[in-house]
Design a protein around this ligand. Structure first.
Ligand SMILES: [Zn+2]
Length: 461
């Protein structure tokens, strides 16, 4: 009964719209949550700030774009789910919106003081989307020993006679944080235009961590906290993909920074400002190191396994590959075992026999061929099924000098290492990380090559 009365309480506020009309799987650009609800359907409208039509006709003929604003149910962020960045011609039509009002100037002065208070005596400061560079120049004048860089690919940056360095390019965290090691990155009225502001801040966070740079990030964006009380819709125009509330900016910074040092609103709550600091995040560095190591290992494995196989071929060995679909086809393609050099593919699955290896073309033959015409070497292409396949080879009476399996980037002999493929192994994992629970694995016994190939195998090690 309680549930029913709760449900009827909700219905007036939802205007009886069904959830299927309201709910969208749409990723929040601020917090990354994937469920949003319809917020404001503005219809098909032209650009407003990035277009300055020179005639009535030009104005009438402007392209129109969908204004489908939704609201993230997790952080309250509002965004246009139909926004396409390429529809806004930043390159050809620079943003000409300036606010020259007196109280706006007072706001800028407040921001300047707030930022100067954050800086060391000799700071390095970067401003992203610095426009004409006014704020950065006045900060540089207050800290003449520091280095100040203004990034903006679409503006005429005034350097104040060399007070700041102008960079007419996009700021790339992966490149410029390493180069400049900034104490402070300023981004004012930029993030609301981006397709993925969270992605940008996460890049700043990771690059700072990677480069061991103690970086702070100041973000200032328009704030929509007041639109709810005023029922104001005019904020929701196309160029602003994102509309931050004080909460959505907080959540975005909390997701990726070491510390959110400040969240404040200004200009009668029409802008929201956040200051966050970034430092060393050991876990993400470890994950990245693991990825780099894997990537190198994969390249090395490719060369090593191919050389081992070439040496066997050079020694005149007849090689059969067991398996031609799924992970076996993945093996054959990744190690580039082409039809000409490796024509012999067998499988025990009657459904696969007679089909061809995807991408490579070898015809898959039934395994019993190896009873009549044995191979010297059988390469089991699916490591995870090695034990079952080895048992099947034995029970079918198939003879071979060796069964090879790829293991940590090289081919090893199955019979010398059968315990590594024991399918009875398994662990109960108490947490998401399996690193700590897995017992250490012994080093494999290396593949003992045929006497006449010893020299060649040694050559590659
Ligand atoms: Zn969100």
């Amino acid at each position: 009964m309680t549930n029913q009365s709760n449900m009827s309480d909700k219905s007036p506020t939802t205007n009886n719209a069904s959830l299927s009309e309201l709910m969208h799987e749409s990723t929040c650009p601020a917090c990354g949550h994937h469920v949003a609800v319809t917020f404001y359907r503005g219809g098909s409208l032209p650009l407003t700030t990035q277009a300055w039509p020179q005639s009535a006709q030009e104005a009438h003929e402007m392209p129109r774009h969908p204004h489908e604003f939704v609201r993230c149910i997790d952080c309250g962020h509002v965004f246009n789910r139909e926004f396409r960045y390429e529809n806004v011609p930043y390159q050809t039509k620079p943003n000409l919106m300036y606010n020259r009002g007196k109280t706006w100037e007072a706001h800028i002065e407040r921001v300047k003081q707030l930022l100067l208070d954050q800086l060391p005596e000799v700071p390095t400061v970067v401003e992203i989307g610095c426009g004409d560079g006014t704020l950065l120049c006045s900060m540089a004048a207050a800290r003449p020993q520091g280095r100040f860089y203004g990034f903006d690919p679409n503006a005429q940056i005034e350097t104040g006679g060399g007070l700041i360095e102008a960079r007419a390019t996009l700021f790339e965290p992966s490149k410029h944080i390493a180069e400049l090691k900034p104490d402070l990155i300023i981004s004012r009225h930029v993030l609301e235009h981006l397709m993925n502001p969270l992605g940008f801040v996460q890049q700043v966070a990771f690059a700072s961590s990677w480069e061991d740079a103690q970086t702070k990030l100041y973000i200032e964006v328009p704030c929509i906290d007041r639109v709810f009380e005023l029922n104001r819709t005019i904020d929701f125009y196309y160029e602003h993909r994102s509309h931050f509330t004080s909460n959505s900016l907080t959540k975005m910074l909390e997701r990726c920074s070491s510390e959110v040092e400040m969240i404040a609103t200004g200009y009668n709550n029409e802008v929201v400002m956040g200051l966050a600091s970034f430092g060393k995040e050991t876990e993400s560095i470890e994950v990245a190191q693991e990825a780099i190591q894997f990537s190198h290992g994969a390249m090395e494995a490719k060369n090593r396994v191919r050389t081992q196989l070439k040496n066997l071929q050079a020694a005149g060995k007849r090689i059969a590959i067991w398996g031609g679909t799924g992970k076996a086809a993945s093996f054959i393609n990744q190690f580039d075992l082409d039809e000409k050099s490796f024509p012999l593919i067998v499988d025990s699955d009657a459904a696969k026999v007679g089909t061809h290896v995807p991408g490579m073309g070898q015809k898959i033959l039934y395994r019993d061929l190896l009873v009549r015409q044995p191979a010297d070497v059988i390469l089991i292409a699916t490591q995870w099924r090695a034990r079952d396949i080895a048992m099947e080879i034995e029970s079918a009476g198939i003879q071979a000098d060796s069964l090879l399996v790829e293991w940590r980037g090289e081919l090893i002999d199955y019979h010398l290492n059968a315990d590594l493929f024991d399918t009875n192994r398994g662990e109960t994992l108490a947490s998401k990380s399996n690193k700590d629970h897995r017992p250490p694995e012994r080093a494999p016994h290396l593949f003992q090559p045929f006497p006449e190939t010893v020299q060649q195998i040694e050559d590659i090690t």
